[in-house]
Design a protein around this ligand. Structure first.
Ligand code: ATP
Ligand code: MG
Length: 293
């Protein structure tokens, strides 16, 4: 169960709608006053993971709602680790992870939502999108040459292209919500200093070398442009039915705790339950018991 304390904590990171959102109001190093040892944060995280597994079982059995968890972040903010830990208790049959990289030629031949929409979760499932349609207003905004590669008719690409994309994303998320998809969006908010530390440890520690990419350092050079793009994206698409959470990401255990709590809270709001057995079905079950001898 989500406690009052957790609810209050989540309130700090859920982006309010209808207000001017500013990224600088959110501290990447925040841990809501919790300490790993004193507050038994590892136990809290495990409780969240277990509760998520219970809720997911009902979600699957009920087969009505679907859940889309979107993860966005700068490199090394901990998307992969958060996904690995938060969903560690969930039945693999009930969830699907998709990682979105730079689009291929076939994907570029379609509208930008196409490749994402084919990866949406079925009813009863949790879809985890490691990067998402938001890349279209983040990396593509920071690198206009990517937009040029999208083969759009030139007259459709004007000054307001980013606002139009945000409007389309917001409209699509509202449509999904009306179709029974719970959309939850997480921006793992890592600081520039912490990113540097994590890149250095990827260079220094042989078992982490594989995670390092020189391209990530180049992207770091566009930090301010990314932050401006994130701010505009979050501001333009935060909604009651598709909330954004700006999750402090300098402390890994805390990031995971906030993410799991947010998903548990959303699922607990759905009145999930196992399908009720009708009288006729009960009679059939009794018949089957007899037939078993
Ligand atoms: P990640 O960086 O998410 O941990 P990865 O390192 O395994 O994953 P990469 O090959 O770096 O995978 O792919 C992710 C890269 O693809 C990111 O730099 C991202 O910005 C880029 N990307 C995603 N969507 C798009 C898009 N629509 N247009 C251009 N680039 C995109
Ligand atoms: Mg990468």
């Amino acid at each position: 169960m989500v406690t009052k304390r957790t609810e209050k904590m989540l309130g700090r990171y859920r982006v309010p709608t209808g207000k001017a959102f500013r990224l600088k109001d959110f501290d990447p190093g925040d841990t809501a006053g919790l300490s790993l040892e004193k507050d038994h944060a590892a136990d809290l995280l495990q409780q969240g993971v277990d509760r998520l597994a219970e809720l997911q079982d009902m979600l699957y059995a009920q087969d009505r709602w679907s859940v889309l968890c979107i993860f966005q972040a700068m490199d090394a903010a901990g998307k992969d680790g958060a996904i690995k830990h938060v969903f560690s208790g969930v039945n693999p049959q009930g969830c699907q992870v998709h990682s979105f990289k730079a689009p291929n030629a076939m994907e570029l031949d379609h509208d930008f939502l196409w490749r994402h929409s084919t990866a949406l979760p079925e009813r009863g499932r949790i879809g985890i999108h490691n990067r998402s349609w938001y890349e279209e207003v983040l990396v593509v905004r920071v690198h206009p040459e990517y937009l040029a590669g999208q083969k759009l008719p030139p007259r459709l690409v004007g000054k307001s292209v980013w606002d139009e994309r945000l409007e389309d994303i917001a409209a699509y998320e509202r449509y999904l919500a009306r179709q029974g998809t719970v959309v939850l969006k997480f921006f793992l908010n890592v600081s520039k200093a912490e990113q540097k530390k994590r890149f250095l440890s990827r260079i220094d520690e042989p078992e982490k070398n594989w995670k390092f990419s020189a391209g990530d350092v180049a992207e770091r050079g566009h930090w301010d442009a990314y932050m401006a793009a994130y701010e505009a994206a979050i501001r333009g698409t935060a909604a009651e039915h598709a909330p954004w959470f700006v999750v402090p990401a300098d402390t890994k255990w805390f990031t995971r705790l906030v993410v799991v709590a947010a998903i548990v809270q959303a699922l607990e709001g759905l009145d999930l339950h196992y399908p009720k057995v009708t009288k006729a079905q009960k009679a059939a079950l009794e018949g089957a018991r007899k037939a078993l001898g």
